[in-house]
Design a protein around this ligand. Structure first.
Ligand SMILES: [Zn+2]
Length: 453
C-alpha cells in the first residue's frame, strides 16, 4: 500500500499550490507489527518536511507583503537576497530573506541606500519563541543534557546540545527578570492577610566560586482568594537578586504600606530578605512545623523511655506531662511560660537519670540536649512565636509546609544532590527563576489563530 501526503497552500490573494510532502509505503501480505502506522522516524521526517514547506511559503508571502510601503503604497526595491536559517521545534529551515530598500518617501537620508530585512526584524534570534520556551521549560525540569536528549528523541527539533538548552533557559530567565510586575486589577483581594512563606536550600557550587554551596531561596506568596505565586532566587546570583520576590509580591497585590507576614524557620536571614525586598518592616512568624518537630523529638525520647522496664517510671510520666504543657503553651503563643516549663522539664530529665542509673544515661543525655536546644530556639525566636491556635482556627497559615514543598519542587528536584550537578550562583538564580515560572504556569504558550472549521 502507498500513501502520498500533500500540502495545499493558499495565499492571501487566493493562489493555490499543491506540494508533495512525502510518501509512505507498506507491504500488505508480510506486514509486521513494526510497520503499523507511522514510525517515529517517519513522523519526524514528515513533520520536518511539512515545517520546511509551510515556513518557506509563509516567509515568501510575508516578505513579499513587506515590500509594500505603508506610507505611499508603492512596492519597494529588493536590494539583495540572503538565506537565513530558522530554528524551530520541527527542524531547522533555510528560507530566503530578501533585504528591501527603505522607500524614498520615508528615507530621511535620501543620499544613502538604506535597507532592512523583514525576516530579521520578525525573528531576530533565528529561533521561534516556541522552541525557546519549550527548551527553557524542559531545561528547568531536567538537566540540560536530559532535556536535549528528550527533545531530539521525540521531535525533529533543530540539533540541540546541552549548551543550547542552557543558553535558551538563561535567555528566558532574563526575559522573566526584565518583565515589569503588574499589580492585580481586582480590588476584592486587596485586603486580608498577605503571607510570604519562605525557605532555603543549599546546592553544590561549581568549582572556582570560593564556596562549597550556593544558597537558593524559594517561597510562595499567598493571599486569600488568589492562587499562590512561587518565587525562587539565589541571593548571590544576580545584581538584583530580590527582584523576583518583589515581583511576586506586587503581582499578588502588595503595595507599600500593606502589612505582610513572613513565615519561616528560625533563620533570621529569610525574613530579612523580605524586609530588604519591600524596604518595610514585616511581621515574622516562626514556622509551627519547625517548632513542633523539635518537641516531637523530645516526645519520641520520652516514649522510648516509658516503654522500658524502669526502676522509677514516675519522673518519665511527669516529663511527658511537662512536654505536653510546653506544646500547649507554645501553640497558644506563650513563649515565656513555655521557657519556664522547659526549665522544669530539664529538672525532670535529671531526675530520670538520677533515679534510674546508667542504663538510661544515653536517653537522658539526648533529652537534656534536645530540651536545651528547644529552649535556645524558642528564646531566639521569642518575638516570632504567635498564637498559632487562634491563627489555625481563623484559617490562617501557621506553617511553611507548603514552602517546603516548594523547596522540593524547585531546589531539590532540579538542583539537589541527587542530580549531581554543580552550580554557579548566576546559573542557579536563572534556572530557579525559570523553574518557579514553569511550576506556576507563567511560561505561556503563544497565541495562535484557531484553525478554520
Ligand atoms: Zn513610500
Amino acid at each position: 500500500m502507498e500513501w502520498t501526503i500533500k500540502l495545499e497552500a493558499r495565499t492571501g490573494w487566493g493562489e493555490v499550490e499543491t506540494i508533495e510532502v512525502g510518501r509512505l509505503k507498506r507491504r500488505v501480505v508480510d506486514l509486521t507489527a513494526d510497520e503499523i502506522g507511522l514510525t517515529l522516524a517517519e513522523g519526524k521526517e514528515l513533520l520536518s518536511e511539512l515545517q520546511r514547506l509551510v515556513l518557506q511559503t509563509q516567509m515568501e508571502e510575508y516578505t513579499m507583503c513587506a515590500r509594500g510601503c505603508r506610507e505611499c503604497l508603492t512596492i519597494r526595491r529588493q536590494r539583495d537576497c540572503r538565506t537565513r536559517t530558522i530554528q524551530t521545534l520541527f527542524g531547522t529551515v533555510k528560507v530566503d530573506a530578501p533585504r528591501i530598500s527603505v522607500c524614498p518617501c520615508s528615507n530621511e537620508m535620501g543620499f544613502v541606500d538604506l535597507s532592512f530585512s523583514p525576516l530579521a526584524q520578525l525573528l531576530p534570534d533565528r529561533c521561534t519563541p516556541e522552541l525557546r520556551r519549550v527548551q527553557a521549560d524542559l531545561g528547568a525540569r531536567h538537566s540540560f543534557r536530559e532535556a536535549a536528549q528528550l527533545l531530539s528523541t521525540l521531535l525533529p527539533c533543530s540539533p540541540t546540545n546541552h549548551a543550547t538548552i542552557r543558553n535558551r533557559t538563561h535567555r528566558v530567565a532574563a526575559e522573566i527578570a526584565a518583565k515589569a510586575p503588574e499589580a492585580p486589577k481586582d480590588a476584592a483581594t486587596s485586603n486580608g492577610e498577605m503571607i510570604v512563606m519562605i525557605d532555603g536550600a543549599h546546592i553544590r557550587a561549581a568549582p572556582g566560586y570560593q564556596t562549597r554551596h550556593v544558597d537558593v531561596t524559594v517561597g510562595k506568596v499567598e493571599v486569600t482568594g488568589r492562587r499562590p505565586r512561587r518565587f525562587a532566587l539565589a541571593p548571590k546570583g544576580s545584581d538584583h537578586p530580590l527582584a523576583p520576590m518583589r515581583a511576586a509580591l506586587i503581582e499578588q497585590g502588595w503595595h507599600p504600606g500593606r502589612p505582610l507576614a513572613v513565615i519561616s524557620d528560625g533563620e533570621a536571614a529569610l525574613p530579612n530578605l523580605v524586609r530588604a525586598a519591600t524596604g518595610e518592616p514585616v511581621r515574622h512568624i516562626l514556622d509551627w512545623f519547625h517548632l513542633s518537630m523539635r518537641m516531637r523529638r523530645i516526645e519520641q525520647v520520652l516514649t522510648g523511655l516509658s516503654g522500658r522496664q524502669l526502676q522509677q517510671p514516675e519522673p518519665v510520666q511527669t516529663a511527658q506531662a511537662s512536654i505536653e504543657r510546653i506544646r500547649h503553651l507554645l501553640w497558644h503563643g506563650r513563649p515565656d511560660d513555655a521557657d519556664q516549663e522547659i526549665v522544669s522539664l530539664l529538672g525532670h530529665a535529671s531526675a530520670i537519670s538520677e533515679q534510674n542509673g546508667a542504663s538510661v544515661q544515653e536517653s537522658t543525655n539526648d533529652l537534656t540536649r534536645l530540651c536545651t536546644e528547644l529552649k535556645g530556639y524558642a528564646q531566639n525566636n521569642r518575638n516570632a512565636i504567635v498564637n498559632y491556635h487562634r491563627r489555625y482556627h481563623g484559617k490562617q497559615s501557621v506553617s511553611t509546609s507548603r514552602a517546603e514543598g516548594c523547596v522540593d519542587e524547585i531546589a531539590n528536584a532540579r538542583m539537589g544532590k541527587k542530580q549531581r550537578m554543580r552550580w554557579s550562583p548566576r546559573g542557579a538564580h536563572r534556572v530557579a527563576l525559570v523553574r518557579a515560572a514553569v511550576l506556576d504556569g507563567r511560561l505561556k504558550p503563544c497565541k495562535v489563530i484557531p484553525m478554520a472549521a
